[in-house]
Design a protein around this ligand. Structure first.
Ligand SMILES: [Zn+2]
Length: 460
């Protein structure tokens, strides 16, 4: 799951209430030993948290590919033995960015990490600065300026409003959530990773968001308007390779490939940080293990009528990078996909719906209710304000029209992006139960003529 801090906008959709089926509906066809073994391999110490673009991640990709092969799933067209390599080029900082304010004889200097976290700063930026406590300023007052937005607490909509008004940069007080992720945020690369062969959609040019610690805000509060200068020198880009791992089971129907179903998850996690392994057992070894378990059951069982694709993506944690490459060069026409079910973090039980999974964007399509009617232990997403529907790899496919939704247990457990997200904090029994409950509905979907559809007006 991608981090929420920098996502703007929220789509508050009302969750519908579904009548969950009783526990007995879950069928014990899951191979608990297989799920456990795959979890232990993916989230074990040896793969060191499967960091994006690392050799550990590559070993994980080969493990996933070997497992698909063992389960009788074929490599998808255009892959190199299941692997679709993806070349990445990430900007690097030559030294930590600095931000210098000068007002008459007064000077304040902020340093990245110590005082501030400037997100994706340009190599240099010089502009007049002003201080505002109200985001509803006239565009003329803001345009091209470095704005110190002196709100009592972090105000994301206000920051967005100032950036939309044309501010070159907005400095805002860091919230508790931002402070919790300070090390991560302040050491992020100074620009977006380029993916070879993927055209970057030209976004609206926007200014720089800079989070400041309380001491820095206090120092800035004393300044009269003046000139500010941001320096963020870049080093040579960091070149890495990640992989989408893609398998296929061609269906038996004559038009099997025209109504295929894609089951997906991401196998990368955060890797090693400051010498600590972030194992990512729940995020998202659990989803990967679920997709592999479907591959095992379907691959070693009777072939379904419809074609099933199994895609496991790398570098999700850095922005769905392998998934973006997959979408730019898919092994099928995406218009031939009837549905995409993505599995993300199904290993920690959510107290809001114990023993059940949730489907993001439930109200948007007829897929969730139909699967639930066929025994899936899934309920509507009880966190619409978190906008999870747009925060996983399913979203890019959904934007292309495919009914693509993510299935999670607890999407924001206490172990989220924490070193405690390890095997000891994952409930394997829960995984077996919920995967088991999905086997019959997914098998039904792959043998039916049901074509999931967006509900009127709710296609993204
Ligand atoms: Zn994550």
């Amino acid at each position: 799951m991608k981090h929420p801090v920098l996502l703007a906008g929220a789509l508050a959709a009302a969750a519908l209430v579904a009548a969950p089926l009783p526990l007995e509906a879950a069928k014990p066809v899951v191979c608990a030993q297989c799920v456990k073994a795959n979890m232990e391999r993916l989230a074990g110490d040896e793969l060191r948290g499967r960091g994006c673009g690392t050799e550990d991640e590559h070993v994980a990709a080969r493990f996933v590919a070997d497992t698909l092969k063992r389960y009788g799933v074929a490599p998808a067209a255009g892959t190199d033995g299941y692997l679709q390599p993806v070349q990445l080029s990430t900007p690097t900082a030559a030294s930590p960015p600095t931000l210098q304010f000068t007002s008459g004889a007064q000077q304040v200097a902020l340093l990245q990490g110590r005082d501030m976290a400037a997100m994706q700063p340009p190599p240099s930026l010089q502009a007049p600065f002003i201080r505002l406590s109200d985001a509803h300023a006239s565009p003329e007052a803001v345009k091209g300026k470095i704005v110190i937005y002196d709100s009592p607490i972090y105000d994301a909509p206000g920051v967005q409003e100032l950036l939309r008004a044309g501010a070159a940069a907005v400095i805002a007080p860091a919230s508790d959530v931002i402070l919790t992720h300070w090390d991560d945020l302040s050491t992020r690369p100074p620009g977006r990773t380029q993916i070879a062969g993927v055209e970057r959609r030209a976004g609206r040019p926007t200014g720089v968001t800079i989070f400041a610690k309380a001491d820095a805000m206090a120092a800035l509060r004393k300044l009269e308007p003046g000139e500010a200068r941001l320096d963020a020198p870049q080093g040579p880009p960091r070149e890495r390779t990640t992989y989408a791992v893609i398998g296929v089971l061609h269906g038996t129907a004559p038009d099997a490939d025209r109504h295929a179903v894609l089951l997906s998850a991401h196998y990368d996690h955060l890797g090693v940080r400051n010498g600590v392994i972030f194992h990512g057992a729940n995020d998202d070894a659990s989803g990967t293990a679920a997709v592999l378990e479907f591959a095992r059951i379907l691959g070693l069982g009777g072939k379904p009528r419809r074609t099933a694709y199994f895609a496991l993506f790398g570098c999700e944690e850095e922005g769905g990078l392998a998934a973006q490459a997959f979408l730019a060069h898919p092994p099928m026409a995406t218009s031939d996909l009837a549905a995409n079910l993505e599995f993300e973090m199904i290993g920690v039980d959510d107290p809001k719906h114990p023993g059940f999974l949730m489907l993001t964007g439930w109200e948007r399509s007829n897929l969730g209710p139909t699967l639930a009617a066929h025994g899936a232990r899934i309920v509507p997403d009880p966190y619409p304000e978190q906008n999870f529907f747009t925060r996983s790899d399913n979203y890019q496919l959904a934007l292309q029209g495919v009914v693509a939704q993510t299935i999670s247990a607890w999407p924001i457990p206490p172990t989220y992006h924490d070193p405690s997200d390890d095997l000891a904090h994952v409930d394997l029994n829960l995984m077996d139960q919920v995967i088991g409950s999905m086997v019959a509905p997914v098998t039904w979907l792959l043998n039916s003529d049901f074509v999931p559809a967006w509900n009127p007006g709710l296609k993204p």
